[in-house]
Design a protein around this ligand. Structure first.
Ligand SMILES: [Zn+2]
Length: 307
């Protein structure tokens, strides 16, 4: 399976939208999209939660949106222009909806809608964190459907920011390396992860993160798949890797514990509750699923306590 095929199975990586990026700079074209009778708007409340009705995103149409409401253009679903409102909407607008944050929504939405929601949320996260020019400090004005922020004082154009982070399942012989942070739920372990630093290749970041967190030297690593992770602005880049040896030393204090788990350790732990893993919509879960399938022919979804 290619990394692109793997990515399509990752949550938040399945938006079916045509982003129409080549047209965003055309204000007349954007106005036409906005005036289209079929256009739909997604709203968020003041806490960043979005309305869900019967497991689907709950949309507003033109009748529910003020003509001058500030909105981001996300793209087109077939002939339907899709927008997100920038200002918070009232629950009274959709009184029968459940208002869920992105993590909760991801657990109940279809893949394409979870991807669309992550895209919408990620763009809003960037806008909320990017009010002023990083060069001169003047207020910014959003342009191109919300995908650029322009500083009229110094003419600098700001682009939406995405922070790359590597996440890796390291193996040695018949075991894989999982770690836990002190703040996590009891018994929860996960693959190792960390942000890519300036001047670093992805492979460099994998080697450094694993060494810093566990003292383990990685011999080599291969790309698995990627996942948008807008909490608030990450792109998770998943890897598999091989370790030179198993001696663990919790070097940088980020982890409370790290251990080698055989496939049987994971099966037993998930079944009796002595091990918990990350949520199924995380790439950490996908990496562990991949490792169990490829090394032991075990389907993680068959292990009842995986949550
Ligand atoms: Zn400026």
């Amino acid at each position: 399976m290619s990394s692109a095929e793997r990515a399509r199975r990752n949550a938040f990586a399945n938006s079916l939208l045509d982003r129409c990026g080549e047209y965003r700079g055309d204000s007349a074209w954007l106005a036409k999209q906005r005036g289209c009778a079929a256009a739909r708007w997604l709203g968020f409340d003041a806490d960043g939660r979005t309305p869900i009705c019967e497991g689907r995103l709950c949309w507003l149409d033109a009748a529910g949106v003020a003509p001058d409401a500030a909105a981001n253009f996300l793209g087109r679903l077939g002939d339907v222009p899709i927008f997100t409102l920038r200002d918070a909407v009232s629950h009274q607008l959709l009184p029968h909806a459940d208002w869920l944050d992105l993590r909760s929504a991801a657990a109940c939405l279809a893949r394409d809608e979870a991807g669309l929601l992550a895209y919408a949320r990620g763009l809003l996260n960037w806008q909320e964190a990017t009010r002023h020019c990083a060069r001169c400090g003047a207020p910014l004005r959003l342009v191109e459907g919300g995908h650029r922020a322009h500083c009229e004082a110094c003419d600098r154009l700001h682009f939406p920011r995405t922070d790359p982070a590597v996440i890796v399942i390291v193996e040695h012989g018949d075991a894989c390396l999982l770690g836990r942070q002190a703040a996590w739920r009891p018994n929860q372990y996960s693959t190792l992860a960390g942000f890519v630093e300036p001047g670093e290749s992805l492979a460099d970041a994998v080697h450094r993160e694993v060494r810093e967190e566990t003292g383990i030297e990685v011999i080599d690593c291969d790309f698995h798949s990627s996942q948008p992770w807008p909490f608030p602005a990450s792109l998770m880049l998943g890897f598999t890797a091989n370790a030179a040896a198993r001696d663990i030393s919790l070097a940088d204090g980020e982890l409370e514990d790290a251990r080698w788990f055989t496939a049987q350790d994971i099966v037993t732990g998930l079944r009796d509750g002595s091990l918990r893993v990350s949520t199924p919509f995380s790439i950490s879960y996908r990496l562990l699923e991949h490792w169990l399938q490829s090394r032991a022919g075990i389907e993680i979804s068959d292990l009842s306590r995986a949550d």
